[in-house]
Design a protein around this ligand. Structure first.
Ligand code: SAM
Length: 152
């Protein structure tokens, strides 16, 4: 959580001049959504979740919750928003690292086209992007705990 928050704060600061939406992939307990909602201003935050079960205080308004499996909702989001996201955070995995890696390989090409130029993606897992570059982590993040990628 320390690394995740450090990476998120860093990415929020780096994208602060951008106006495109922020996407949170995986609501879980809503801790990272809640954290972002307190720090992001002037940008809508949409949360992607197949089974929302967080406390209401950490749940987005209905119109900003994109319900369903990201393997289906990410492609339909591309049709709706185009390449406009300023920041995407993904924390979709569980405890099985191998499974998380297979999933990251599957969703990487669904996430990449959603980002605006210079948009950032923060992930708990290594991603497999074609055209994005890996960014240095902030000082207080532990390498391997989170990854930051920048769209060209
Ligand atoms: N970052 C969250 C927090 O701070 O509370 C924790 C997220 S939790 C590790 C992962 C979440 O991703 C779970 O709520 C799970 O239901 C969701 N998830 C996993 N796979 C998904 C998928 N294919 N489509 C939509 N949601 C998914």
């Amino acid at each position: 959580m320390v690394s995740q928050r450090a990476c998120l704060d860093h990415a929020i600061a780096l994208t602060t001049g951008m106006t495109g939406p922020v996407f949170e992939l995986g609501l879980g307990n809503g801790r990272t959504y809640h954290h972002m909602a307190q720090r992001v201003s002037g940008r809508d935050i949409y949360v992607f979740e197949r089974n929302p079960a967080a406390h209401p205080d950490s749940t987005p308004p209905e119109e900003q919750l994109i319900l369903g499996d990201v393997r289906e909702t990410l492609p339909s989001t591309l049709q709706r928003f185009g390449a406009s996201a300023s920041l995407i955070h993904a924390d979709l995995g569980g405890h099985n690292r191998e499974k998380n890696d297979v999933f990251a390989r599957f969703v990487s090409p669904l996430i990449e086209p959603l980002l605006a130029s210079d948009g950032l993606m923060v992930s708990s897992d290594r991603m497999y992007f074609e055209g994005m570059s890996e960014e240095p982590l902030p000082q207080d993040a532990v390498p391997g705990r989170c990854f930051i990628y920048r769209a060209p």
